[in-house]
Write a protein that binds this ligand. Structure first.
Ligand code: CA
Ligand code: CA
Ligand code: CA
Ligand code: CA
Length: 161
C-alpha cells in the first residue's frame, strides 16, 4: 500500500539512512584497518622479543628447556661456522672470539692436531678448557636455564662494548 503524501519524506529518510550506513561503513573500515595495523605492530614486537628465546630453543636439541654443555658448545660452533662446512678456519675462529668479546685464547691451543681447522670435537674441548659454560652456569647445576643463558649473552655483549 502506497501513501503518496509520505513519499517525499520517505526518500529523505532513505537518503539519511543511506548516508548513515555509508558513514558507519566508512567508520568501521577505518577501525578495522587501524586494528590490523595494531595487530601487525604487536606481531613485530613479539618477534623481536622472542628472537633470543628461539635461539635458546634452537640450541636446546633435546628440548628439555636447559642447555647442557654439548648443546651450548654445538650452538656456538654452528654460530661461528659462517660458511657451514662444519669446521672453523682461523678467520671464522678469530671473528667468533672477537664477536663474543673474548680474550686470552690462542688458536694453537684450539687446533689440537694443527691441521689448520678447529673441528667440532676440538671446539668442545677448547670451550671446556676456556670454562665459559661453567661460568654461565651460575647456580652450578651443570645445565643452563634460559635465565642463565640470557645473562651470559648479556655479559658477553657488555664485554664486547
Ligand atoms: Ca637441552
Ligand atoms: Ca667453516
Ligand atoms: Ca684441527
Ligand atoms: Ca644452571
Amino acid at each position: 500500500m502506497k501513501k503518496p503524501n509520505k513519499s517525499i519524506p520517505s526518500i529523505v529518510e532513505y537518503g539519511i539512512c543511506l548516508f548513515l550506513i555509508l558513514s558507519l561503513a566508512a567508520c568501521s573500515d577505518k577501525k578495522e584497518s587501524a586494528t590490523e595495523e595494531n595487530d601487525m605492530a604487536t606481531t613485530e614486537t613479539m618477534d623481536d622479543s622472542t628472537s633470543n628465546e628461539s635461539y635458546f630453543t634452537q640450541w636446546d636439541k633435546n628440548q628439555d628447556n636447559f642447555l647442557d654443555e654439548n648443546e651450548y658448545a654445538g650452538g656456538y660452533f654452528t654460530d661461528w661456522d659462517t660458511n657451514q662446512d662444519n669446521r672453523l678456519d682461523q678467520d671464522e675462529w678469530n671473528r667468533g672470539i672477537q664477536k663474543s668479546g673474548l680474550t686470552g685464547q690462542g688458536w694453537a691451543d684450539w687446533d689440537i692436531d694443527a691441521d689448520g681447522f678447529v673441528n667440532d670435537n676440538e671446539y668442545r674441548q677448547g670451550n671446556t678448557k676456556a670454562g665459559w659454560y661453567s661460568a654461565w652456569d651460575t647456580n652450578k647445576d651443570n645445565r643452563l636455564s634460559q635465565e642463565e643463558y640470557d645473562q651470559g649473552m648479556a655479559n658477553r655483549r657488555n664485554n664486547n662494548q
